[in-house]
Design a protein. Sequence first.
Lengths: 530, 125
Amino acid sequence: MISDLSPQTRRDLLTMIGRAGGGLAMYQAMTALGHAAETQFSGPPALSGARAGASVLVLGAGLAGMLAAYELTKAGYKVQVLEYQDRPGGRNYSVRGGDKIVEVGGATQNVAYQPGNYLNPGPWRIPHHHRTLLHYCKAFGVELEPFIQLNHNAMVHRKDAFGGKPQRYKELAVDFTGHVSELLGKSLNAGALDSAVSKEDKEKLIAALREWGALDGDLKFTSNLGVSSRRGYDRAPGGGVNGAPTPSKINGLSDVLSSHVWTQMSFYFNYVMQTTMFQPKGGMDMIGKGFYKQIAKLVRLNTKVTGIKQDDKGVAATWTDTVTGKTGVATADYMVCTLPATILAQMDMQVSDAKKAAIKAIPYSGQVKIGLEMKSRFWEEKYSIYGGHSFTDQAIGLISYPNYDFFKDKPAVLLGAFANGAGGYMLAGMTPEKRIEAALAQGSVFHPEEYRREFMNGASVAWSRMPWILGCCGMWTEESREAHYQNFVSMDGRIVLAGEHASYYGCWMEGALLSSLDAITRLHKRALAA
Amino acid sequence: MGLASNAYAQAPARAAASAGDAAFGARMLGEASGEQIFTRVCAACHMQDAKGAEGAGRYPALAGNAKLAIGAYPAMVVVKGLNGMPPIGAMLTDQQVADVVNYVRSHFGNKFKGAVKAEEVKAIR
């Protein structure tokens, strides 16, 4: 190829550039060709040369705050971080045995999971293109392992489909694709689409439908061994005398439609939901701990910020120690404020009216996650389900199977709910005991014999009840972005806001980090220009 | 972000009051009464006794809250949202918004006069 001076395809061209100019040239060329523009991350910021003695106060020790503290310290700033909780990490959080979960209103759970088991109540999966997060995980030695996202053998349940009996995803997805292909093929052959499709494309489409939909020679979707090689068999292939498989029976179109399986199929099409995905070994909070190791000495925990002021000389945050009751004022030249909008909206804060209006324009979602510890991994042993999600239209939304300790003979924590919207509110309003009961009752549809029998204990995190945030994630609409987003992220005097809520990757750790990098880059530029 | 109810996304970067939300909510809440909507939705933050709660910030009490005196105000908050509170009304019918507002205004020690009507809610949307 390298001797060929006229590359025929973009791939050939890239191969040549890669050999001639090395990785960087390759990356630049790919970006120019629109191939690698999957992230706005272009490497850690090369901030340097802060003015002598210049200082920054960071509010919040979640990922955005800790990244700001880390990079600004490297740039030469004197940094202090104030954190409300008794731990760093914010929503980057894992719950383990021995932990205590205390909600507003006082409900308290003492988590009883076995050692090594955990629930990730907040973030739990990392897309392969979230390069900022992956970069810092690598830099801080946070070990990642695969997160099983799409599992064809997991299930789909809908109360009014199949008499409420859950079905395997692969069966529904194959049947949906098959029936749709057959119908489209019929339409094409009947000439119904002749005005929309050229003769040549029509032939290609029919060939495509036959292959994509596993249709037979007559363009029909039927129960046969070819279809079974996708959706599974009645009797699976074996060896020797009785090795011949027998086909499974396909579901009728109406039944398949009643399952709404396209909802799951299109879910996996989402850019942020595509495989490969990752999780940190040992729990999501390994990332927060990785960051904290770098900047721990800068952080004051148990510190509730009660007011934020600024003038032409600097910034000040009044605070109260939530353990001792001691009060104080932290001052600096500049501020990076990563507190959630739910909290900022109620705080006495000296910023422009436009920024105040922007802060008040962001409602928060209220997800609920429930981790159920089970005596055995029955979903693996009996159902051949290894990781992935079984979806339901009940309040719990889904159950999800753990992606670590496969095949082990010991208790495991199953995600028994990831509720959102109405389901989230419903579960959040319950006592922790009632949430567990609801999760067991609803999750039992998937594994009726084992679910209650194997259950040991459970813990729930209802984000609207978490005292330090009062919600899960900031929710923007097109209208609110148009009206308020730029006002929200703008540098206001000496204060800049950062966090997932100040990004277009809302609710993702990547958004928190990209927002933080953008905020500190602007802050640094301003500080140097002052 | 694609998936209608988006109950599944870690990152539901979805619209606060999307059509998917409304459909999902309607399915969850069905024919729920004012009391049931309070229990299943409002109590997630305002607590089952409507007394609110406090952490780094606070959820205002609805019990004994003078801002509920004029029914149109809580109806507007339910429909439009306020600060961190999402526009819950997106997943409720006009009648359900009226029902839950009227329920809260006449329970938890509240004895505010005059019931909000579905037509008034419709006008607020």
